[in-house]
Design a protein around this ligand. Structure first.
Ligand SMILES: Cc1ncc(COP(=O)(O)O)c(C=O)c1O
Length: 383
């Protein structure tokens, strides 16, 4: 088990290499959660996630022969980027095995840091097996994403920073393989023993959105460590994660990937006990632009901010304009207007209209529907 001294040593090795990331208090999220909420912005870490802490620490312990043979790793994304970056900084070659369905932004960034990327198989297990094989064949240093005491100690440096940056009743940490939570838990046990540590998992149907923490189970090293250092483990849904990403973007201007936003999702779902200050580790910010578009659309819709309503107007020039003018007077944005003449139950002499409107929240949707009825339109809510 990594000792507090190992985490302290990791911190010395990381000085000037990894950023000491800032902690921000969010007024809006504190109000929503009914308690002080502080955000540890590891999404602003070099390479966009906390992973360089473990990777840099591990690389600094490799012997001459291993460094000459290079390093090898397997990852679906953030660890890949981190090892590639740490290897480049250390002047060591890196080969990274990546599952074929990994996020493209992460794969491109890994190549951009100069690593050789080999795409293999569908899941992380196959990539890990290939990486191990290459390490055995060539003597290259193998950097496991979490089953490694040196990697866990590196991730633990976040806990040391947190203990100095904020006094928290509870710290929320995402769990994939468990290296991050184990490291932070060990560090806090030594430096802030009264602080509770809660691990946050993504539900299985949220794996696509939270690819950083998908599929992985804690391992033989991290499993027992988590048992020891965590006070609780909770699970969050895809809706909650999408809403958390949108909230963080809108209100704190922080771009956070799904795996990094699970703490906020858990907090806002009322899953975290207590009422004292909470520190939430935003563990990464690497999200594909295409995923971000989907998430924003999904987050906005599930937050009740898209109202889709079906109505009909007399089939005469000016009637659609009249309806749109009434909507405009309510200062509501129209996202789309569709005419429906076929396949819907519309009386002769009328035209069906589907409107998608941008609203403030669920209460605003309801008020608007009442308003439209008041203007004399029959309305059916589609979403
Ligand atoms: C953004 C992000 N958060 C959290 C984690 C979970 O870290 P661990 O696998 O050490 O539990 C990962 C792992 O890849 C990640 O990429």
């Amino acid at each position: 088990m990594p000792a507090a001294a190992d985490i302290e040593r990791a911190r010395e090795r990381l000085a000037g290499v990894a950023r000491v990331t800032p902690v921000y208090r969010s007024e809006t999220i504190s109000r929503l959660a009914g308690r002080d909420v502080h955000l540890k912005a590891e999404n602003l870490q070099r390479t966009g996630s906390f992973k360089i802490r473990g990777a840099v620490n591990k690389l600094s312990t490799l012997g001459k022969a291993q460094r000459a043979a290079g390093v090898v790793a397997a990852s679906a994304g953030n660890h890949a980027q981190a090892v590639a970056w740490a290897a480049r900084e250390a002047g060591v070659g890196a080969t990274i095995f990546v599952p074929q369905d990994a996020a493209m932004a992460k794969v491109e960034a890994t190549k951009g840091y100069g690593a050789e990327v080999r795409m293999v198989g569908q899941g992380i297990e196959e990539a890990l097996a290939e990486a191990r094989k290459l390490s055995e064949e060539t003597g290259a240093g193998f950097v496991h994403p979490f089953e490694d005491e040196t990697v866990v100690a590196g991730q633990g440096t976040i806990g040391l920073e947190l203990a100095e940056q904020v006094t928290a009743e509870t710290v929320l940490v995402p769990i994939g393989g468990g290296g991050l939570a184990a490291g932070i838990g060990l560090a806090l046990r030594a430096s802030a023993p009264r602080t509770k540590v809660v691990g946050i998992r993504a539900a299985r149907d949220a794996f696509a959105l939270a690819d950083g923490i998908a599929v992985k189970e804690p391992g033989e090293l991290t499993g027992p460590l988590l048992e020891e250092v965590l006070d609780d483990v909770v699970e969050v849904s895809p809706d909650g994660i999408a809403q958390a990403i949108v909230l963080l973007l809108e209100r704190t201007k922080l771009l956070v990937e799904g795996a990094g936003a699970v703490g906020i999702a858990a907090l806002l779902a009322g899953k975290i006990a207590g009422d004292g200050p909470v520190a939430v580790v935003l563990s990464g910010g690497n999200i594909d632009a295409s995923t971000l578009i989907e998430v924003v659309r999904y987050g906005v819709t599930t937050a009740g901010r898209h109202l889709v309503v079906r109505t009909s107007v007399p089939d005469r020039p000016g009637e659609l304009l009249k309806l749109l003018q009434l909507v405009a007077e309510e200062r509501v944005n129209v996202l789309s207007v569709e005419h429906r003449r076929e396949g819907v139950d519309i009386p002769v002499g009328a035209t069906g209209i589907d409107l998608t409107l941008l609203t403030r929240d669920e209460a605003h949707c309801e008020a608007l529907l009442d308003q439209m009825r008041g203007w004399g339109y029959e309305v059916e809510r589609l979403r």
